[in-house]
Write a protein that binds this ligand. Structure first.
Ligand SMILES: C[S@@+](CC[C@H](N)C(=O)[O-])C[C@H]1O[C@@H](n2cnc3c(N)ncnc32)[C@H](O)[C@@H]1O
Length: 287
């Protein structure tokens, strides 16, 4: 199946398992889970540093694997026009419900499709000022697809456009420590192998986690990787089950913010944020 606009008459109903089944609860994570929300807050600070929407014309961002649309809502609030795509109809339904007025006004387009089917002509050959993705969509792709999709996404950028893609890593120090303190030694080291079987609402999937070094190797010759920066290196991420109280959260936010520019910390972080440009525009300065 290639990419098709969502909603569309005759779309099948969301499935009772997998991402579709998680979508409703997932959509609430930003409000219910403080570390999920903190990760998004910090990530969008990086986005704002490297890419602001140009004011002179419509600026378009692609949120690849947009999930339930909380990032889309942030982009729309900052003045972007947005395309969100995802392989899960349930997630797209949640994104559509969250951003209903923007979908109606044409500032937001949602597309249903799987990364495996991405083509340069997907999204009616639209080009983007910013390509964005976060929280693990790329972890479900093998290395060959990972590279192919990055190459295609880079080709969808306008001249001067930028990619900000956060990838789950193999080694997350804070998550490992959190599990050790809760006497879960197996969970403390499960990311280290780089291949983690997970069950998402009854559906078995394989996650492939990559170190910053591996990401750099895979993308050499594909993109100019300008920064690989840490996202949540001293805060156990939401999937660990850690829920900080308000004072702990304030302290963690302050540390994460003050250290966000220390790229060396990416080797310890839950996600590594890859800021990249197509090879032929690599000499441009970031806006
Ligand atoms: C953990 S969620 C992240 C969603 C969102 N980016 C966020 O930060 O909340 C991963 C998303 O990737 C989508 N996904 C996973 N593998 C995919 C694939 N091969 N093609 C399209 N979407 C996929 C899932 O449907 C899900 O919405």
């Amino acid at each position: 199946m290639s990419y098709v606009r969502y909603p569309r008459a005759g779309s099948p109903a969301p499935a009772a398992t997998g991402w579709d089944a998680w979508a409703e609860d997932y959509a609430a994570l930003g409000a219910s889970n403080p570390t999920y929300a903190l990760g998004k807050e910090l990530l969008h600070e990086i986005v704002d540093e490297v890419s602001a929407p140009p004011r002179s014309r419509e600026a378009w961002v692609l949120d690849f694997h947009c999930g339930a649309g909380d990032d889309l809502a942030r982009f729309l609030a900052r003045g972007w026009h947005a395309v969100g795509c995802d392989g899960s109809l349930g997630m797209l339904a949640a994104a559509a419900a969250r951003c209903e007025s923007d979908a109606t006004s044409g500032r937001l387009e949602l597309w249903h499709g799987r990364a495996e089917e991405l083509e340069l002509s997907s999204f009616e050959a639209r080009r983007f000022d910013l390509v964005f993705s976060t929280t693990g969509g790329f972890a479900y792709l093998d290395d060959e697809l990972f590279v192919r999709v990055h190459r295609l996404l880079a080709s969808m950028l306008v001249p001067g456009g930028v990619m900000v893609v956060a990838h789950l890593t193999r080694f997350c120090a804070a998550e490992g420590l959190f599990h050790l303190l809760h006497l879960r030694p197996r969970r403390a080291v499960e990311r280290w192998r780089g291949r983690v079987p997970v069950t998402v609402r009854g559906e078995r999937m394989l996650m492939r986690l990559r170190s910053p070094r591996h990401i750099r190797q895979l993308l050499a010759g594909v993109l100019h990787v300008w920064r690989l920066t840490p996202l949540l290196w001293c805060t156990p991420p939401f999937q660990s089950g850690f829920v900080p109280g308000p004072r702990t959260l304030t302290a963690l936010r302050a540390i994460e913010r003050q250290t966000a520019h220390i790229d060396a910390l990416a080797v310890l972080a839950d996600q590594v944020v890859c800021v990249a440009r197509p090879l032929d525009t690599s000499s441009n300065n970031a806006r």
